[in-house]
Design a binder for this molecule. Sequence first.
Ligand SMILES: Cc1cc2nc3c(=O)[nH]c(=O)nc-3n(C[C@H](O)[C@H](O)[C@H](O)COP(=O)(O)OP(=O)(O)OC[C@H]3O[C@@H](n4cnc5c(N)ncnc54)[C@H](O)[C@@H]3O)c2cc1C
Length: 422
Amino acid sequence: MNEVGHLVVVGASLAGLRAVEAARRTGFAGRITLIGAEDHLPYDRPPLSKAFLEEAGVPIPTFRDEKVLRDELGVRLMLGAPATRLDTDGRAVVVGDRTVAYDAVVLATGASARELPGGRDLAGVHTLRTLDDAVAIRAALDSGARTVVIGAGFIGSEVAAAARRRGLEVVVVEAAATPLVRAVGEPMGEVCAALHRRHGTEMRCGVGVTGLDGAGQVERVLLSDGSALPADLVVVGVGAVPATGWLAGSGLLLDDGVVCDETLFTGVAGVYAAGDVARWHNPMFDRPMRPEHWTSAAEQGAVAARNALEPDAATPYSTVPYFWSDWYGSRIQFVGIPGADEVRVVDGDVRSDGRLVALYREGDRLVGALTLDAPAHVMKYRGLIMRGASWRDGLAFAAERRSGAAARPVSRDLDTDAIVDR
Ligand SMILES: Cc1cc2nc3c(=O)[nH]c(=O)nc-3n(C[C@H](O)[C@H](O)[C@H](O)COP(=O)(O)OP(=O)(O)OC[C@H]3O[C@@H](n4cnc5c(N)ncnc54)[C@H](O)[C@@H]3O)c2cc1C
């Protein structure tokens, strides 16, 4: 018997939408309210730094139209309505001067782009998290902006690649000596940096940004080595912070996200979290994580809603994290965790055939795999990691695949396992 009469989901994006859909799939017939800070219907973020920027006219990647949300999913939509407080004693979400009572709530407010101090003072300086950000960046690219990207993370790198594909001058400034060390480790960070250079993007690594200069509109990026880069468009890609500000005083444990157990339960009756805002205990690696990846946000939305509706039958969310990123027509894919004792290239060679498979070891366990333009491989390694494969198992599997590939005359990438769970 279902005791929840009203499910409230805060955050009208990927995790929030998946929560709504999963609730209805379980047969939940009660009321659902979806509260979102942005004016837009839920839309997909990954295309915003890829196809959407590469040319004018690519449509907005909306997930569902309003009619489907209202009529088929029976959702009461509150858009352009940032939640301002969570009253866990009174079981209510406060939205300005309105109060929305809940029996169960899924917190799916995601993350916001980290800003540079004073970054909003000049026109032409943007972060990229929302559709509105992407529209502004695309307009600048349309007008041929000289582009400087601050931060060589995945989103910044994709912006750089999109600008280069339009033939624009692009410089990427990265404070660390090697980009993406936290995301994929040092050796593979180098491989990614080389990809930029090969496509004519200038990389300035190991140098900080000391200021942005211009009269109203940004004109220069000032660097710690005393140099200045001319710029019409500056995209700041220095990470994201979980959107938990509105939860201050709620009694929830907040520590780089909303802290949850393995079932995405916050420990406060009726309150679950999902997606980029949730820091949950991942049983697969027996540690807390907050991955900021599309696949885990989507899956967590569904799990959180099911568990919120049926807490007595709650199931853990256990996963091998997965993300992809597209640069210059190449696809980088990563499964697992990057903080490894060893990273070893087991197949391919970026310099000769443009593709690569690298494995990550922690102790004697296989914990990660990165592929560059080798989509047939990545989900196989995800399966191995999921089954708790040892490092030796991983290497043996790689050797088997190499010899199989040598014997196979047809293209390596026709494997149907390449179809990933997007
Ligand atoms: C440009 C871009 C490209 C990306 N590319 C990739 C990729 O290639 N591969 C990959 O794996 N991942 C990618 N990601 C990450 C992926 O999109 C995110 O992991 C995913 O969007 C997280 O979904 P979410 O629903 O948890 O949070 P979000 O998508 O951040 O949505 C949270 C929503 O909550 C709203 N909100 C915030 N505060 C409040 C409040 N107080 N009240 C109401 N609503 C609120 C926000 O406005 C937002 O709409 C990308 C992200 C971005 C920004």
